[in-house]
Design a protein around this ligand. Sequence first.
Ligand code: HEC
Ligand code: HEC
Length: 351
Amino acid sequence: MVYLMRFHQRFFYILAILLLAGSAYWYFSLTTHVPDQDSWRMPVVSVDEPITPLPLTLNLDPNKVALGKRLFNDPRLSADNTISCASCHDLERGGVDGRPRALGIGGAVGGINVPTVFNSGFNFRQFWDGRAASLEDQIDGPVQHPKEMGSTWPKVVENLKGDSAYQSDFKQIYPEGITPATIKDAIASFERSLYTPNSKFDRYLRGEKNSLDGEEVAGYHLFKEIGCIACHQGVNVGGNMYEKIGLVENYFEQRGNIEQVDLGRFNITKNEEHRYEFRVPSLRNVALTAPYFHDASAVDLKKAVAIMGKFQLGVDLKPDEIDRIVKFLNTLTGEYEGRSLSQAETTGHEK
Ligand code: HEC
Ligand code: HEC
């Protein structure tokens, strides 16, 4: 009831968000999603919920995945052979580096927080501002970015051609051998294998009601009731629409010191309506990927949830409400290769 009253003033915002979310959900459920070349088996879902479980299996070409894994971990993709994709996207740390800003070749500090690579194949676009349409296209970014890997495609191809094992392994899968396109294809295949099914929450959605305790369920209800679900929804609990950060209150005015990266989608479209718009991030495994937001302004989940309540929904969440939502968010940690991601670090998971 309290929420309904608080809602009243924000009615139009919420209505707008819900309409937007509904149409985005409808649109993207028709047009996008997941590896088009791979068929995927959906688990049985017992209830009609705005979040759906991740598939338990994906049909991916194991040879491409294995080749992509080697490339993902190979520093020869960088100009000075020091940085691999895994340097910034550490699979033992939730697919991120835990830093506020990325650290590239020669110690160069980047301009934006590293998002996870886990489940990135389920996002409708790549990057915070959505500027890459696919995982394949995304790879041009880090390889050539002067503050990331600082290389060029001719140099990467030449490096890899110097390795006879790569020469023959590429030939077995791709008749054309080592090219930018085949490198990207293999890496993207590996990235699609980085999905994390079987989180406690997904098991709950599949009908295992005991997989969540009362507080976690209450957190999920609150998440839906106050409207987080309008933006963070679908199979990736996000990743299927653009939204402004600071929808209800001006986030950047209060944070101060606006930089170019803060302009979000405006940088690409130059359309005023897209200023400060970002692709809504997935909240899967979010417990592992601090600090939060494109600007890493939230050091922990409590802070991130409070900011979201205030700036996206106009709600000042109480500490116990924040705790409950954080408990729910913690249930979104899934499994990679059959093991909970939260254990990956302590068990020394193979890279
Ligand atoms: C120096 C650190 C660094 C390296 C090296 C790096 N990345 Fe990233 N990655 C980032 C940052 C920072 C972003 C976000 C950039 C942005 O949104 O503008 C990102 C974004 C991504 C995304 C998009 C995720 C999303 O949710 O939008 C994917 C996928 C990705 N990287 C894969 C890779 C692959 C594959 C490689 C190796 C070819 C790689 N990265 C190398 C730092 C790095
Ligand atoms: C109007 C859409 C919208 C609503 C409603 C919304 N969010 Fe967000 N959320 C976003 C956007 C956009 C971002 C990325 C902002 C950025 O990085 O600057 C984000 C980021 C986050 C992050 C950080 C993720 C990361 O990887 O850094 C968390 C956690 C989060 N939201 C939780 C919530 C919770 C909890 C609620 C409800 C209290 C909520 N959100 C409501 C759009 C929304």
